[in-house]
Ligand binder design. Structure first.
Ligand SMILES: [Zn+2]
Ligand SMILES: [Zn+2]
Length: 298
């Protein structure tokens, strides 16, 4: 029987990836990655576990941040029997959407469904037949039609067939979701740049919407925070560039303007480089190189 080395709590997202199934003819099929939401954990009051078997007792479980005591007086053991963990498959939403998980740079989060607010929903679920839990069709089903027809299974063990080598991550970073769930970015094709005037940006991220032709940091694999910061830098640099190229009659481009442009561009590329590093984007250009390209073009 499989067990977890890390404690998990209701409300946690679990990323399952890797592994393959081999049929009788020896043909192996890769198991697709899953994002699962822990809906409940069944405590086991048996305090004499068989030696070598996973311990499935918990003192308390955390429901959306608030600890709830269980009747078990036993010690907390993080190695939970995976068959005691109830999960629900969560679809991906490109922006926060009820019942979906979202990737925002370093952060991965789940947006509760309507009526599924914090502890009330989970308390209810803890005492309820999980078969009643319904799945919602979200963006992922539109983006990946083949991935939509997954049986609605609720035991974590069902997603981790013995011997298949499926890996489980809890409390993971956005770069893990990029790497193991998408194998790249679902938005920018791995370039880390998007055009802020195309591809529904005005609806999805109105805060970074702008006219075409800019290289704007991608809000998914770089994060919306850095993408919004990037838009401010770009707006300001564009204003200075307009003055420089004589598009603003009566305003002369001064040495101070040049200093300002240079320091803004330096800050911008340093911020982007730091996020590239954090997100594990391979082969990205250094801040120095990006700055040099900017200088050549300015
Ligand atoms: Zn465009
Ligand atoms: Zn991206």
């Amino acid at each position: 029987m499989e067990s977890l080395e890390q404690p998990v709590n209701p409300g946690d997202l679990l990323l399952l990836h890797g592994g393959k199934l081999v049929n009788e003819a020896g043909v192996s099929t890769a198991i697709r990655p899953y994002m699962l939401l822990v809906t409940s954990i069944q405590g086991n009051s048996d305090d004499t576990p068989t030696p070598g078997s996973p311990v499935s007792t918990v003192d308390s479980v955390t429901v959306c941040g608030s600890p709830i005591s269980t009747d078990s007086p036993n010690k907390v053991d993080p190695r939970l029997d995976i068959s005691a963990i109830q999960v629900r498959k969560v679809p991906y939403g490109i922006t926060s959407k009820n019942g979906c998980w979202t990737l925002d740079g370093p952060h991965v989060y789940y947006t509760p469904q309507e009526g599924e607010t914090n502890s009330s929903f989970f308390s209810e679920l803890l005492g309820k037949d999980l078969e009643e839990a319904k799945e919602e069709i979200c963006d992922e089903d539109l983006m990946y039609p083949k991935r939509a027809s997954i049986a609605d299974t609720h035991c974590l063990g069902d997603f981790m067939p013995p011997g298949a080598g499926v890996k489980l991550m809890s409390k993971f970073h956005g770069r893990d979701a990029l790497r193991y769930y998408f194998n790249g970015c679902p938005c920018c094709n791995g370039t880390t740049w998007i055009c802020p005037g195309c591809g529904g940006v005005s609806t999805l991220w109105p805060d970074i919407f702008a006219s075409c032709g800019r290289d704007q940091a991608c809000p998914i694999c770089m994060g919306l925070d850095i993408a919004m910061e990037d838009k401010s830098y770009l707006d300001e640099l564009e204003r200075l560039e307009d003055i420089k190229s004589g598009h603003c009659s009566g305003t002369q481009f001064s040495a101070d303007d040049m200093d300002e442009a240079l320091s803004l561009a330096t800050e911008r590329y340093e911020a982007l480089e730091a996020r590239h590093e954090e997100m594990g984007h391979l082969g990205h250009e250094s801040a120095e190189k990006m700055l040099q390209q900017w200088k050549d073009a300015f």
